[in-house]
Design a protein around this ligand. Structure first.
Ligand code: ZN
Length: 65
């Protein structure tokens, strides 16, 4: 099934952002089921806030163990 760009609203700043087809494809290939809740800027800001580096595996709770 082809993906299409999607307009989503950021929960953080309330702005709309594009969830691009290629992102959707990537997320699906990674097994992510949830749509992103934040725009790119807020995601970057959040990442920076978390101190960078970190134990990896961000996003998608549960994962495989
Ligand atoms: Zn935002």
């Amino acid at each position: 099934m082809p993906f299409a760009d999607k307009q989503l609203t950021c929960v953080e700043c309330g702005g709309s952002f594009t969830y691009t087809a290629s992102e959707q494809e990537l997320h699906q290939s990674l097994g992510y089921q949830n749509e992103p809740k934040r725009c790119q800027a807020c995601r970057e800001a959040k990442k920076a806030r978390m101190g960078g580096g970190g134990g990896g595996g961000g996003g998608g709770r549960g994962g495989r163990w």
